[in-house]
Design a protein around this ligand. Structure first.
Ligand code: VOV
Length: 250
């Protein structure tokens, strides 16, 4: 056993997942003009977010969420926490926000762990690394989000393993992940100090069954089987302006 072999991590954009519920009773009771004004406010915000993305100053995406846990998720990536705060405030001032409530959100920072770095190389000079730290959210049809920890039990304490043991397990994890190239795009948000779990995992897929396949396959892999602890899973479908307009048409 070796202690204090803390890993160097690389951080990219800060991230908020803002999960919202729609107050359908209020929405249905509003006039057609009030509803359209609310949607127009939302579309104006979305245009602004697209501008940020085009200027390489962050990325955003909107998805519906199935089940009772939420109706929508707004996922934002930005260079600073201040910008994420401004987005939250602007959203809350919009007429659209008055028809929503939020009881779950997740704050993290896009993270790469340095298990795979090349000694002597400045990782942030590597365009491949930069693309992963400052990603454009892919807007694929489906999203899956869940928070997770690595276990800290006496027998199975991830943080008491040696660097070599952890590196080996992460290599096996990465091998499984590579089989899903083109099918799953993963964004790992480090959330130690930012939110209630250690990581927020966001997966994008064209086929939602790929979420089930990769997560199930990883459950048999030692790092997940022995050390993975998981929170709530949320899954949903991509929304653009047209789909939002249809969704909210009464
Ligand atoms: C497309 C799928 C995919 C691929 C290719 C992939 C690869 C990799 C690599 C190469 C590395 C290590 C270097 C780095 O990049 O950080 C990681 C790192 C990580 N992963 Fe991963 N992962 C995937 C997918 C993937 C999934 C589905 C999950 C959830 C696990 C599950 O059981 O539900 C996950 C989790 C993580 C986490 C929490 C970390 C950080 C762990 C730490 O201790 O620091 N990940 N991951």
């Amino acid at each position: 056993m070796s202690q204090n072999e803390a890993l160097l991590t690389l951080e990219g954009w800060f991230t908020v997942h803002d999960f919202r519920k729609i107050n359908w009773e209020k929405w249905n009771a509003a006039s057609a003009e009030e509803r359209q004004a609310a949607l127009d406010d939302l579309f104006t915000l979305m245009k602004g977010w697209e501008g940020n993305e085009a200027a390489n100053e962050g990325s955003s995406a909107v998805y519906s969420i199935l089940g009772h846990k939420a109706d929508l998720v707004f996922m934002y990536l930005r260079p600073t926490l201040q910008e994420l705060d401004e987005i939250k405030t602007a959203f809350n001032k919009s007429r659209f926000a008055a028809f929503t409530t939020t009881d779950y959100s997740y704050v993290s920072v896009v993270e790469l762990s340095n298990y795979v770095n090349n000694p002597g190389e400045d990782p942030k000079a590597n365009p491949h690394v930069r693309d992963r730290l400052y990603p454009v959210l892919p807007k694929w049809e489906h999203i899956c989000f869940y928070p997770m920890n690595k276990k800290r039990d006496l027998q199975d304490n991830w943080y008491m393993l040696t660097m070599d043991e952890r590196r080996q397990m992460m290599a096996s994890h990465g091998m499984i992940g590579r089989k899903y190239a083109g099918k799953i795009k993963q964004i790992i948000g480090g959330s130690v100090g930012f939110d209630d779990w250690e990581w927020g995992v966001t997966l994008f897929a064209h086929d939602p069954l790929e979420f089930k396949h990769i997560i199930y396959e990883m459950r048999f892999d030692e790092v997940s089987a022995r050390f993975g602890e998981f929170g709530n899973f949320l899954v949903g479908n991509h929304l653009d302006q047209e789909k939002l307009q249809n969704l909210f048409t009464v």
